[in-house]
Design a protein around this ligand. Sequence first.
Ligand code: ARG
Ligand code: ZN
Ligand code: CA
Length: 311
Amino acid sequence: MHTDFNDEDGKAAQNAKNCYSMKNLNRLLNENDNLYKKMYQIEKNSRSILAKQAVTAQGKPGSGGGGTTPAPTDNLGVISIPVVVTVVYSNTQENISDAQINSQIAVMNADFRKANSDAANTPTEFAGLVADTEVQFTLAGVRREANSRTSWGTNDEVKAQYPPVTPATTLNIWVCNIGGGILGYAQFPGGPAATDGIVVGPNYFGNTGYVSAPFDKGRTVTHEVGHYLNLRHIWGDGRCQQDDYVADTPSSDGPNYGCPSYPTTNCRSTDMTMNYMDYTNDSCMYMFSEGQKSRLRTVFASSGPRAAMAN
Ligand code: ARG
Ligand code: ZN
Ligand code: CA
């Protein structure tokens, strides 16, 4: 018996009721007594890696003495992750085309490498924080599975039916109708290998073919892969004091929806509404921050939960 992860003020679960990644996480925590400890260790390790990087950057000689501090680095270079897409369909529309699948891979690569053209929309306040995460993706395989079931829910039943392909080294994406208007959900690092990966509805996958506005630009997968790499929602799933464990994303007290005007102010700071880890429309989210980049890359460290993907 334990409380929900990241639920210090008792409001996280309540506030996160829209987010099925958090709901899925809390279910896994209830089913698995060791997971809380495991995720706590991942968090602790992530912080210690980042602290060491900061010290190394500070102590580096030849940076002009008193000049700018070099950006911390993990020396992992560009990380390329193979992706297996499992399309589970109950009608021809859900059996999305190869072109639609390829469009999603292209969006992931653009978004994670800061090659998306809308990154240029970032307001000056945040422009210096837009990150190339140096994580990229290649399509390693597509499985197509016909199944008469028309919706799969968020309890990982689709994964039980079609188990992941080499989850330690491969990002598995199941594309199927979840139901209940749910766009997608992810499993955070540290969870069971048998359910590792993300699930997304066919009409929220990619940016061409069977897609539904305003979630028709492939950003649901960008958001879910953020969770898969241990990013939290930018409001930390709680009130102003609740953190997403990233210093350069300003504190907020809840998600933003639609296409917010700039500036949107909460907790006495401007919300980074254009961040992929908020809840805005696809066309209104277009950046990860440098702090998110540093955090997500710690999962690939030799001591991190996704170390096997960094080679
Ligand atoms: N986990 C969120 C949901 O299922 C996904 C939010 C994605 N946002 C987006 N603009 N595509 O509700
Ligand atoms: Zn989410
Ligand atoms: Ca923050």
